[in-house]
Design a protein around this ligand. Structure first.
Ligand SMILES: [Zn+2]
Length: 483
């Protein structure tokens, strides 16, 4: 961590190195040099933020939300059960992995089909005691040093399987996100929403159109509308799935037919030998022969090792790149992206927790930002990181000393590179500029007093990583040199 002394030294060095005094001496630089961690976090929570362009809806549910939403389904006759012990009941070989997964949640249809021995391993979600409840919620957060990519990709999603097959649960996750994002000043989100493999409350399969109708209906309700957050959806295909091409065709068609589905994405581990981008080149070219106007925002370069995935993904037709971490190792593509029409969606906390960088000092984000590669900050699977978009900005300011102009550029990019229609985009950009001006003016006039009633959400990641929640975070002072 950077101490206040280091901050002031950096300031002096910046002056010595010829950074214009207008930057080095401006109100935001003074605030950063003097602010406690807590004050900086409160400032960034209250700051208007534009949009979040890269989030997976089902990975964006805080664990308490999942618990509350699952229990609330009881009113609709839906019950959930959690595996709280393993009795080594005989299982089919194909089920062994799921069988040995503690804290797996199943719906009543699956529960009732289990053998008596297996049923004995589960308890009703509503019957868990406080300790079991906490253990279940903890099992879907990536918060222990030994957890990483495998825990996330191979276990978190499998645990939540049945809960996330209920479209009403996912619709409620969407609403909770709209509310929480509104609270931290976000105007727009573009979540990647699931539409396949869903069942209705009676256990019958639902078509993607029916699932989308449930999401739309939830977004239309008064409480969701009151958040003011504008939502457009992306659909994604699991890139290494044997039938991924068919899935891409289906979601491409849905995106072409529905104005509120603004892009198609490819997700899942790129290091899987069936997940590389060029597998899909013929498919996308074929689809473009039939359908106009479908945008692509595709995960690429989410890897610590060099490869040509970012370049290949641009060849697929993507105009936004999710992560782009190893772009830094592909000089020619990197040069091509400078000042270009493409944006890299940067997810700092995700990259750290999944072990794609060893520390924030190894992240290429400041290099992209400061060499003219368009970037925006986003949250990816913040429910599982136990974090917020504010936390991404906090990391960026703390680790890379962002200026006020850079913060504004990030917010502006997150709207300018969105897949919104031109009229809505223009309205949100105008509002963003106005809100930022007002926020800066108010803060310059009143200082931290302007943040008086701001109560930022402080979740596990920021608490653990920056000691922000030990007692009163505001006492953990940057300028008090707490290291
Ligand atoms: Zn992602």
């Amino acid at each position: 961590m950077r101490s206040g002394k280091v901050n002031r030294l950096a300031l002096l060095l910046a002056l010595a190195c010829g950074v214009p005094a207008a930057v080095a001496g401006d109100w935001f630089e003074r605030f950063k040099a003097e602010a406690t961690h807590g004050e900086l976090h409160r400032f960034l929570y209250a700051m208007p933020k534009g949009g979040d362009l890269h989030l997976h809806l089902t990975g964006s549910a805080l664990s308490e939300w999942l618990h509350e939403i699952a229990l609330a389904e009881a009113a609709q006759g839906v019950a959930y059960y959690v595996k709280t012990r393993i009795d080594n009941c005989a299982v089919d070989a194909g089920q062994a992995d799921a069988h040995l997964l503690l804290h797996r949640i199943v719906d009543k249809h699956r529960f009732e089909a289990l053998s008596e021995c297996e049923r004995g391993e589960y308890q009703a979600l509503s019957a868990l005691d406080a300790e079991q409840r906490a253990a279940w919620m903890n099992s879907v957060r990536l918060d222990a040093p030994h957890e990483g990519r495998d825990e996330f990709f191979e276990r978190h999603w499998q645990r939540l399987g049945d809960l996330l097959r209920n479209p009403h649960v996912v619709a409620e996750i969407l609403y909770r996100n709209m509310r929480a994002f509104a609270d931290e000043g976000v105007a727009y989100i573009e979540p990647q929403v699931p539409v396949f493999g869903f069942l209705d409350r009676a256990g019958a399969p639902l078509a993607p159109e029916a699932v989308l109708a449930i999401y739309r209906q939830r977004m239309k309700q008064a409480d969701a509308q009151a958040t003011g957050v504008v939502v457009r959806m992306q659909l994604s295909a699991l890139r290494f799935h044997p039938q991924a091409e068919q899935v891409v065709r289906r979601i491409y068609q849905l995106a072409a037919e529905h104005a509120d589905i603004v892009a198609v994405n490819l997700v899942g581990r790129e290091d899987h030998d069936r997940g590389h981008p060029l597998r899909f080149l013929d498919t996308f070219r074929d689809l473009r022969r039939t359908y106009p106007g479908v945008r692509l925002s595709i995960h690429a370069g989410e890897s610590a090792r060099p490869d040509s995935h970012v370049r290949d993904t641009l060849l697929l037709g993507a105009t936004r790149i999710g992560h782009g971490l190893n772009l830094i190792q592909d000089a020619q593509t990197l040069l091509g992206l400078r000042h270009g029409p493409y944006l890299v969606e940067v997810n700092l906390i995700s990259n750290l927790l999944l072990g794609y960088v060893d520390g924030f000092d190894a992240h290429p984000f400041p290099e992209y930002l400061r060499t003219g590669v368009p970037v925006a900050l986003s949250t990816d699977d913040r429910g599982m990181w136990d974090s917020t978009l504010t936390d991404e900005f906090f990391v960026a300011v703390r680790e890379y000393g962002l200026t006020w102009a850079e913060l504004r550029a990030l917010g502006r990019n997150s709207l300018a590179f969105s897949f919104l229609d031109d009229a809505t985009k223009s309205r949100l950009l105008t509002e963003y500029a106005r809100r930022m001006d007002q926020f800066a003016k108010n803060f310059q006039r009143r200082g931290v007093a302007a943040l008086g009633d701001v109560q930022p959400l402080r979740r596990g990641f920021i608490c653990r990583h920056y000691g922000l929640c030990e007692g009163d975070g505001d006492k953990e002072g940057v300028h008090r040199g707490n290291g």
